[in-house]
Design a protein around this ligand. Structure first.
Ligand code: SF4
Length: 385
């Protein structure tokens, strides 16, 4: 079973911190929708024959910039070129300002059953700082609106580590989410990515990023707060009430196959070695032009050896609540971490970063989760070189 990711590269304005691929100038979406459906056809002719689709995820950009008839057309293309008869979850990213009742009803009618809402903060000054389109009123209202339209399975994104944010805002954001009994929350630390407006503000001294210690404290607070209120912390950024873990995202952490369609979308396919990962062109005009000629719009392709996959597996699994299974690592990837890294594992355990190994599982403690990259770097087999 594979996953399908659909990248919709439109936004109405640029958030200061964002380095995803999107355009803000497109007046009409018809050419893009046509090209996207053609890519779905091309991918379906190869990969659709190999595995049925289990999950579909519309991300962006802002998928909710597309009108319902356009989305309907895309879903029709998916159903035509892939076996989507047993899809478990169809997630759609939506911004609060787009979530009118009519639009939500339209999404429901075309089979969307999970929403991921880009709220980021319930405070107007945070939202202004980030240059989001919506305001705090819309951020709160969207939650009751999605419920009224029958969406019980939804997630909200919240961002911590916002420069200049009064200290009480972050806990208040979590209080508000919790008071609405939001079933799934993804929390992200605001990072300064290259070539973003935020990076420019930092370079010019207009914004001073939150320091690492403060970000770590906010993350530690988040873990305590949400797990203390019934949320499962099942992946570093992801918290879910029982029954609401994201199915699609799980495949990214488990080396399961997925196909990405749309400009800049990534795909991963492992069906014998080497595994393949490729990314599409990050330019909508080039994307459309290539597809007009029936050419797959690939920009980069990488072949992954078993050693490279093992490195990734360690990195990805340490992020999860399930943890890194030493048995799976040995049987599937040929790495005997317990023998090769006995001293490193002992050091990590002594430093309180991992729990004592039980049932052949390495799992991060809460302290380890705040220092996940450090733990990963210490355990990567390639560090031997
Ligand atoms: S809406 Fe999302 S994709 Fe668009 S600029 Fe903002 S963060 Fe980036």
């Amino acid at each position: 079973m594979a996953g399908l990711y659909i990248h919709i590269p439109f936004c109405s304005q640029r958030c200061t911190y964002c380095d995803f691929y999107f355009v803000t100038t497109q007046k009409t979406h018809a050419g893009f929708v046509e090209a996207l459906c053609r890519e779905i056809e091309i991918r379906g002719a190869v990969y659709g024959k190999l595995e049925p689709i289990e999950t579909i995820y519309f991300g962006g950009g802002t998928p909710s910039q597309l009108a319902i008839p356009d989305l309907e057309r895309i879903i029709e293309a998916i159903n035509t070129h892939f076996d989507a008869s047993n899809v478990l979850e169809t997630t759609f990213e939506i911004n609060p300002e787009d979530a009118s009742s009519d639009y939500l009803r339209g999404l429901k009618n075309i089979g969307i059953d999970r929403l991921s809402i880009g709220i980021q903060s319930f405070f107007d000054d945070d939202l202004k700082f980030m240059n989001r389109v919506h305001d705090s009123v819309q951020a709160k209202r969207v939650i009751s609106d999605v419920r009224s339209e029958g969406f019980n399975n939804f997630s909200i994104d919240l961002i911590f580590g916002v420069p200049g944010q009064p200290s009480e805002y972050w806990s208040a954001n979590l209080d508000i989410a919790q008071s609405f009994e939001v079933p799934h929350i993804s929390t992200y630390n605001l990072t300064v990515e290259e070539s973003t407006p935020l990076a420019n503000q930092v370079e010019r001294g207009l914004v001073i990023p939150v320091d690492d210690e403060e970000s770590m404290n906010q993350f530690a607070f988040t873990m305590d707060y949400l797990t203390g209120r019934g949320y499962d912390h099942y992946e570093i950024s992801s918290f879910a009430r029982p029954g609401y873990k994201a199915v699609h995202n799980h495949r990214y952490w488990s080396h399961e196959n997925y196909i990405g369609c749309g400009p800049s979308a990534h795909s991963f396919w492992w069906n014998g070695l080497p595994a393949e990962r490729w990314s599409n062109v990050r330019n909508i005009k080039r994307y459309e032009a290539l597809l007009l000629q029936y050419v797959a719009p690939v920009e980069d392709k990488e072949h992954l050896s078993l050693d490279m996959l093992a490195d990734e597996h360690i990195m990805l699994k340490l992020r999860t609540q399930d943890g890194l299974s030493l048995n799976e690592l040995e049987e599937k990837y040929g790495v005997d971490l317990l023998t090769e890294r006995l001293q490193d594992l002992a050091d990590l355990e002594e430093g309180g970063l991992i729990y004592p190994i039980r049932n052949q599982l390495i799992r991060l403690t809460d302290l380890g989760k705040t220092l996940c990259d450090t733990v990963t770097a210490k355990l990567l087999p390639s560090e031997d070189a």
